[in-house]
Structures are given as structure tokens and as C-alpha cells.
Design a protein around this ligand. Structure first.
Ligand code: Z5A
Ligand code: MG
Length: 219
């Protein structure tokens, strides 16, 4: 009998959340775990600081360069667009793509600075739509005690609080347009291992692959 899962595409899973909530830690562990289990998986970090656009973003985040708020917002989006074809190609080949931040960070951080929410949404319209976004939720007091907090632009209490509120609006918008099941909050408190188990439970069958074409964000 043929394997019905063989024609499935890979799942596109995004991790979001405020600074130091443990995204990069969990994304790496998940990719390693999937590979250990013999599955194909790839990590995609945003911003991808290795590209020409990514280097401009990196200089901005480290406060080595200044930029108009609209311009940096568009660069973050351009950085996703330059990776979009590779994400779609990998998904079509059955590879699970796990992203460390995505368009939702783009909206939340820029809107927190005061840019209009609708403007923030537009440049990412039609990017690959994540099958699942896991929003890692951690009280600010715990996040700011973790190492390196405060080194980059945006890593202030005021900015984090404003961004937290904007993430709430982004979650509502994702659920309204794309369905409740596409956005799930994860309690990011506890040990790295405890959080990892929680995440694994929430991802469930998604790692077996997904039927149907990848959809488009905000469409
Ligand atoms: N940004 C934007 O404005 N627009 C956009 O479109 C995008 C991003 C995509 C840089 O992002 C900035 O870009 C970010 C948003 C903005 N601004 N801010 N602020 P980044 O993703 O490159 O940021 P980062 O440097 O990777 O940090 P992070 O993402 O904030 O951290 P994290 O990945 O969530 O956490 P972590 O590195 O996994 O863990 C932090 C520390 O805590 C580390 O020492 C861990 O060992 C420790 N840790 C992790 N888990 C635990 C648990 N469970 N217990 C105890 N300690 C833990
Ligand atoms: Mg990170």
C-alpha cells in the first residue's frame, strides 16, 4: 500500500514572542529533535542577518545606523521576501520549515513605535502563511532577567510593553482572517525542557506534513 503522507508538503511553523522568551533556544531544539527522528527540517531565522538587506538591519538593531521607521519596516519585510521562494520550495519538497520570528514581529514592533497598523501589514501581504504560529508568552520581569537583555534597540521595558499589546492585536487579526487554529499561545515559563515538551504537544501531527498548497498571508 502506498504511503498517503508521501505527497504531503512540509509544515511551516513560526515561533513568535517578545525578547528573551526563548524562541531561538526552542527553535534549535525542535529542528535538532526532528532531525534525530529522521525527519527533514530547516531553521529560518528572521531577520536573516547574513544577506545584504540583513546586514543593514543588523547595523540598525545594534544602533550603528539610523533609519526612518517606515524604511526599516520595509527592509524587514524585504528580508522575508528574499527568503520566501526558498521557504516555498522546501515546503513543497516535504521539509518542515521552522521560523524564528516572522511578519508578526514586523507588525508588532513597528506598530509599537507608532506606525499605523494597516501600513505595517501591507508589505508582507501574500508571503507564505504559517500553518501554525506559536506565541511564546513570558512575564516581562522574567524576560528581562535573562542574559543579554537590553543590548539592542527595542530592548527597553516601555518598548516591550507596547509590543506585547500589539502582538495581542496581531493575534486577533490572524485568528479573524486565517482561523483560530493558526495561532497558539505557549506558556514560556519553566525549564527549557518543560517548555520543549509543551511545544512538542502543541505541534502534534503537523510534523507528519500538511495536505494542500501553502496559503498566502493576509489574503
Ligand atoms: N524585529 C523587527 O522589528 N521587525 C521584524 O520584522 C523582525 C524583527 C523579524 C532582533 O530579533 C530584533 O528585531 C527584535 C525584533 C526585531 N527586537 N527586539 N527587541 P532577534 O530575533 O534577532 O533577537 P534575538 O537577539 O534572537 O533575541 P530574542 O529573539 O529576543 O531572544 P529569544 O530567541 O526569544 O531567546 P533565547 O535566545 O532563546 O533565550 C534568551 C536567554 O534565555 C538565553 O540565555 C537562554 O539560554 C535563556 N533561556 C531560554 N529559555 C529559557 C528557560 N526556559 N529558562 C531559563 N532561561 C532560558
Ligand atoms: Mg532569538
Amino acid at each position: 500500500m502506498s504511503d498517503p503522507s508521501s505527497s504531503r508538503r512540509g509544515a511551516f511553523i513560526v515561533f513568535e514572542g517578545l525578547d528573551r522568551c526563548g524562541k531561538s533556544t526552542q527553535v534549535s531544539r525542535l529542528v535538532e529533535r526532528l532531525e534525530r527522528e529522521g525527519r527533514q527540517a530547516r531553521l529560518q531565522k528572521f531577520p536573516d542577518r547574513t544577506t545584504a538587506i540583513g546586514k543593514m538591519i543588523d547595523a540598525y538593531l545594534q544602533s550603528k545606523a539610523d533609519m526612518d521607521d517606515h524604511a526599516i519596516h520595509l527592509l524587514f519585510s524585504a528580508n522575508r521576501w528574499e527568503c520566501a521562494a526558498a521557504i516555498k520550495r522546501d515546503l513543497a519538497q516535504g521539509i518542515t520549515v521552522i521560523a524564528d520570528r516572522y511578519a508578526f514581529s514586523g507588525i508588532a514592533f513597528s506598530a509599537a513605535k507608532g506606525l499605523p497598523f494597516d501600513f505595517c501589514l501591507q508589505p508582507d501581504k501574500a508571503l507564505p502563511l504559517p500553518d501554525l504560529t506559536l506565541y511564546m508568552s513570558l512575564p516581562q520581569e522574567e524576560a528581562s532577567q535573562r542574559s543579554q537583555f537590553g543590548e539592542e534597540r527595542y530592548e527597553t521595558m516601555t518598548m516591550q510593553q507596547a509590543t506585547r499589546e500589539q502582538f495581542g492585536l496581531v493575534a486577533q487579526e490572524v485568528k479573524r482572517i486565517h482561523g483560530e487554529y493558526r495561532w497558539t499561545e505557549v506558556d514560556a515559563r519553566g525549564t527549557i525542557e518543560e517548555v520543549e515538551e509543551r511545544i512538542r504537544g502543541l505541534i502534534g501531527d503537523l510534523i507528519e506534513g500538511v495536505d494542500g498548497e501553502i496559503s498566502q498571508l493576509w489574503v
